[in-house]
Design a protein around this ligand. Structure first.
Ligand SMILES: Cc1cc2nc3c(=O)[nH]c(=O)nc-3n(C[C@H](O)[C@H](O)[C@H](O)COP(=O)(O)OP(=O)(O)OC[C@H]3O[C@@H](n4cnc5c(N)ncnc54)[C@H](O)[C@@H]3O)c2cc1C
Length: 607
């Protein structure tokens, strides 16, 4: 063991959460030796990571598997028409924060309160986490600054100062068609859960606000804002392209980790005198635990790994937000970003400067959105399949939306586009899927081996019912929009030719007061079938090392300690004991800040 191989703290995984933990602790404690081991490459000043405009082309690039993403391929499932679903996870310093869509939404306060009260985690309620989230951000949208937003943190949130006409038209129709809900000026105060938002310039707090620096136009990731900004701190060490195999133990005390690095995959060992923190995300963290002998008996036996701690919760309760995209044809007046989504590298380069500035309306392609809860009338339509779920999970928590989504100013499907045509998409993501899946290792100690991954999308009829209701509701809004020219057939249900719901090209919209389309039982089956054939990930994986009592099959306690071990914590979205009603980067920031606090308390460090 050489001096170079001993650190105070080792962070296994330099993603959204890991960079916050490492950066905060290193910045406040000059002598503290912190090592980040990250499976992916550096992101320092790399265009595809810092220029917001490149996020879609980066994700859609055929080379995405090579560097900054790991593609997790699920087992086929009947509930999704026997497809295997691919879930890309960021694999680069900054993790998801360096590749994500930068959409800024925040959870419901009751999400964290349930973590605290129902799942018995003192210190994790909204009263504890909201102040941390306030501290971490600088929210640059002026007039609507409410008490939950911060003004002095490293993560800068901005909003476009102009909007595409697709966004404004969507919201205009929504506010006139769906008068019950209306348009709000702050989605992100932890309470607002049933409205469209807003994109109309007289309103002050547009949705989605973005994790984009208001002055530089750069992505607000955790790699640059917590780690690369400390380049002169010799005690904060980052080793990239270094994949952690397992934790090394002295008895049940974590004393270091084994990892492989470089083209030749050379094996290394490093040691932590004070703490090992696993922060490798919802796929990586349970895998590292299982390779370390911590997990369910049968999983470890299948992989020939001797058991150190019997912890059957490892890899269970995989959760995600899944998403559906429907596409509509638009007339030529619609402002879309198809040229960006499908742009050549040269075209992207020439647009990059102007499109990274915060004034750009088109930088993200998402300028409006909604968080919706069904009304009592809607609940009738949703029927018995959703009733139990509603009563048990949603009814007592008015801040929990059921579905989140919005219009995207582009064709984001995989089928051919007609050259010269314009499109918009309506996307909708289920926020608290009722069914949960699992992630386990399947190749022994091989850290590159594909995982045994079950997503569980649409395995519960309650989830199927919510999607069916949402499809119908959004189609009514789309067909009232002035730009609407009919549905793109291969991204809608295959209704029978005789159906009143059949999709076809149209010359223009229907009247705002037109009757709703009447769907038959066969039509409903076609909608469900469409959802099963097309549902995909919303890139929000979590829950596989849940913070719950051990008796309730938890993996870590409320101080993030792995049960049955010492000097070992897990800190990333794998610890979420239950889903949140928003995009998940914000919750990763909360977990990072809270973990840094807990570690500082225990190791008597400054923060
Ligand atoms: C394509 C995409 C779009 C998204 N869009 C949005 C959005 O618009 N808004 C939003 O709020 N959220 C969004 N998210 C979600 C958000 O980015 C994630 O929820 C968040 O990054 C999760 O943080 P984490 O720390 O749990 O994991 P990650 O950020 O995934 O970090 C885990 C890190 O661990 C590394 N790792 C894994 N295994 C190992 C190993 N064995 N050894 C070493 N390192 C390892 C990975 O390479 C990765 O860097 C998106 C995510 C993706 C992937």
């Amino acid at each position: 063991m050489t001096q170079d191989n001993t650190f105070d703290i080792i962070i296994a995984g330099g993603g959204a959460t890991g960079c916050v933990i490492a950066g905060k602790l290193a910045a406040a404690n000059a002598g503290l030796k912190v090592l980040i081991l990250e499976a992916g490459p550096h992101s320092l000043n790399v265009d595809t990571h810092i220029q917001p405009v490149r996020y879609i082309s980066n994700l859609m690039s055929p080379n995405k598997s090579s560097k900054s993403f790991t593609l997790h391929v699920s087992q086929p499932s009947e509930a999704v028409a026997n497809r295997r679903i691919v879930v890309p996870a960021g694999s680069v310093l900054g993790g998801g924060s360096s590749v994500n869509f930068m959409v800024y939404t925040r959870a419901a306060a009751s999400d964290y309160d349930c973590w605290e009260k129902i799942h018995q985690n003192p210190g994790w309620g909204s009263k504890d986490l909201i102040p941390l989230l306030k501290e971490i951000e600088t929210y640059t949208l002026e007039a609507s600054l409410n008490s939950t937003h911060g003004t002095n943190g490293p993560i800068r949130i901005s909003a476009p100062k102009e909007y595409t006409n697709v966004a404004t038209q969507f919201l205009d129709v929504a506010r006139h068609y769906d008068k019950r809900r209306g348009v709000t000026d702050d989605w992100n105060d932890f309470t607002n859960a049933n409205a469209y938002g807003p994109a109309l310039v007289e309103l002050t707090n547009p949705f989605p606000s973005r994790y984009i620096h208001d002055k530089t136009g750069r992505r607000s990731d955790t790699a640059h804002n917590f780690v690369y900004n400390q380049a002169d701190n010799q005690n904060l060490v980052v080793r990239v392209e270094s994949r952690v195999v397992r934790v090394l133990f002295d008895g049940t005390r974590a004393e270091g980790v084994e990892y492989v690095a470089g083209e030749d995959k050379v094996n290394h060992k490093v040691f932590a005198s004070r703490l090992v923190v696993i922060s490798a995300g919802a796929f990586g963290s349970p895998s590292i635990l299982e390779r370390s002998g911590i997990g369910a008996d049968e999983v470890l036996q299948r992989n020939g790994i001797p058991q150190l701690v019997d912890l059957p919760g490892v890899g269970r309760d995989y959760n995600d937000h899944n998403v559906i995209f429907t596409h509509y044809k638009a007339c030529q007046e619609a402002e879309t970003i198809d040229h960006i989504v499908y742009g050549t590298p040269d075209a992207l380069q020439s647009m990059a400067d102007s499109l990274t500035i915060s004034d750009s309306p088109n930088g993200s392609g998402l300028n409006a959105g909604f968080k919706l809860r069904p009304s009592s009338e809607d609940l009738q339509e949703l029927g018995p399949a959703f009733e139990k779920r509603w009563n048990e999970f949603f009814a007592s928590f008015p801040d929990k939306p059921v579905i989140l989504g919005g219009p995207a100013n582009a064709y984001t499907g995989i089928g051919p586009m007609d050259p010269g045509e314009k499109y918009f998409a309506l996307l909708y993501a289920l926020l608290y899927p009722a069914s949960t899946g699992s992630v386990h290792i399947a190749h022994g100690l091989d850290p590159y081996g594909p995982l045994d991954f079950h997503h569980s999308y649409l395995e519960n009829e309650a989830d199927v019912a919510v999607y069916r209701w949402t499809y119908k509701h959004l189609r009514e809004i789309a067909r009232r929009m002035g730009f609407y020219r009919g549905e793109v057939l291969d991204s809608h249900p295959n209704f029978s030719e005789k159906s009143a719901a059949i999709c076809k090209p149209e010359d223009g919209p229907v009247d705002i007061n037109a009757p709703r389309i009447a769907y038959t039982v066969e039509d409903d089956a076609a909608i469900d079938d469409f959802h099963r054939r097309t549902i995909g990930t919303a890139w929000h994986s979590m829950g596989t090392c849940a913070m719950k009592p051990r008796s309730k099959v938890g993996v870590v306690d409320s101080r993030l300690n792995v049960y049955g071990t010492t000097h070992l914590k897990v800190a990333d979205l794998s610890i979420c004991p239950e889903n949140v009603g928003a995009n998940t980067y914000n919750t990763a920031l909360a977990v990072g800040a809270k973990a840094a606090m807990l570690i500082a308390e225990e190791l008597v460090l400054r923060l």
